[in-house]
Design a protein around this ligand. Structure first.
Ligand SMILES: C[S@@+](CC[C@H](N)C(=O)[O-])C[C@H]1O[C@@H](n2cnc3c(N)ncnc32)[C@H](O)[C@@H]1O
Length: 411
């Protein structure tokens, strides 16, 4: 039996066991002999879910906490508790705004007391729990300690997210060994309302407010209407998005693939989108408003970088004329650079920088990875693989030397 087929791991595999904890003591592993063999076999059968890896280091408040602040639900007059707080940045950042509170996390703050508070945040916790029974119990526990309001957030399905993963239980496993259950907006609302037997009010995509009593809920709803256009516009956008979701979802898949608006050749449902939402541009603006700008900006940036590298390499052969490329690529050049000539110019700049020793030295000096040897920086494989090599560092390196780092980061 595999874990995926049962859908429920035994409790000892869930949570915080680090995958290499046995490997770090080879002698003892030998000594334990058959027992270790048994565990290794079990670990193959039941993958270890590395929940601790899901907590990111935040420099800014999380979206749900920002949203509650903007909605006037988090003020200096209320107490706050962050249940499943990860590294606890929300607590610290709120503290610096005069909103004091505490938090608990089974991995990062296991010894903190779980205490009741006016406002409790359960931020992106439900989606990392692979066991549905534990997921429900966690939600109910957070609800229990909330005196006035529970803010619940979970990852919502967005194109590109969850595609390259292995199916597992009712979610997916990533290559890092983390579990993610991506919710649909409506699915999350239904889940919360079934578990907590009360209405969940959408705050923004993937974020819901659940009020403890009816008066507070009504008060919030009437304030929201009075508070005016910005919030209402967001609500209208979400409703509009929901109305057209069956065409918007394939549209989003295509946008994620191309990083730009598609041509009717690339997306046959263009006429339907236009007839429903006015234009492709408007439809994309709606998608960006509802699902967040960052994902789309990142996709566009990645596509642009890839094309610059492609054109830089093409210079070593003979770069064809624009008409020598397939239609999709011609559209890419226009959409990302304005013209083919401008795209080639960017690629040439990149190539010339590759021969510019000063630029390379400067980037190496700024690089947080590698070792400085005389006046050079050597990117040692060991350092590159170390946990201190954050995705942000690698991204920065990649943006300086995209042609070196792509696929060959350890050289
Ligand atoms: C994606 S992180 C979110 C952390 C934080 N709320 C934030 O938004 O930055 C998920 C967190 O849920 C915690 N977690 C996992 N299982 C939990 C459980 N049963 N109860 C409470 N928290 C849990 C993990 O330790 C992890 O820190």
């Amino acid at each position: 039996m595999t874990l995926a087929s049962s859908g429920r791991p035994p409790p000892w595999v869930a949570g915080t066991i680090k995958p290499n904890c046995l490997a770090s003591r080879p002698q003892q592993a030998l000594w334990y002999g058959p027992l270790v063999g048994y565990f290794v076999a079990m670990l193959r059968e039941y993958p270890v879910i590395a929940r601790f890896k899901t907590a990111i280091r935040r420099r800014d408040l999380s979206r749900p906490v920002k949203c509650a602040l903007a909605d006037g639900l988090l003020t200096q007059q209320v107490s706050f508790f962050d249940y499943g707080c990860g590294h606890g940045e929300d607590i610290e950042l709120l503290g610096s705004q005069g909103i004091s509170g505490g938090g608990w996390d089974p991995v990062f703050r296991p010894n903190q007391l779980v205490s009741g508070a006016d406002v409790v945040n359960l931020g992106y916790v439900l989606n990392v729990i692979e066991d549905p029974a534990e997921r429900g119990a966690t939600l109910r526990r957070a609800w229990e300690i909330a005196r006035r309001l529970l803010i619940v957030s979970a990852l919502v399905r967005v194109p590109g997210r969850g595609n390259a993963y292995t199916e597992f239980g009712d979610g997916v496993l990533s290559s890092r060994g983390t579990f993610q259950k991506f919710f649909d907006q409506a699915e999350l609302k239904e889940y919360l309302e079934t578990e907590l037997e009360t209405e969940a009010i959408p705050a923004m995509v993937g974020v819901y407010y659940v009020f403890k009593d009816e008066t507070n809920r009504q008060q919030f709803l009437s304030n929201r209407v009075r508070r005016g256009p910005a919030v209402l516009r967001q609500r209208v956008s979400e409703q509009r998005f929901e109305e057209h979701r069956e065409v918007l979802h394939p549209f989003m898949d295509t946008l994620a693939l191309l990083g730009r608006l598609p041509d009717p050749e690339e997306f046959p449902q263009c006429p339907e989108i236009i007839s429903r939402l006015g234009s492709l541009k408007r439809a994309f603006a709606l998608v960006r408003r509802v699902t967040g700008e960052d994902t789309w900006d990142a996709i566009r940036r990645r596509r642009t970088e890839d094309l610059v590298v492609f054109l830089a390499l093409a210079r070593f052969r003979k770069r064809p004329k624009l008409s020598g490329y397939p239609g999709t690529m011609q559209r890419d050049f226009r959409a990302f650079f304005g013209t083919y000539a401008k795209a080639c110019k960017q690629a040439d700049t990149l190539l010339f920088r590759a021969g510019d020793a000063a630029a390379i030295d400067e980037a190496c000096q700024r690089s947080p990875v590698g070792e400085a040897v005389a006046e050079r920086a050597l990117h040692s494989p060991k350092r590159l693989r170390s946990s201190r090599t954050s995705p942000a560092h690698l991204r920065r390196l990649r943006s300086e030397f995209p042609w070196r780092s792509r696929g060959r980061q350890h050289h």
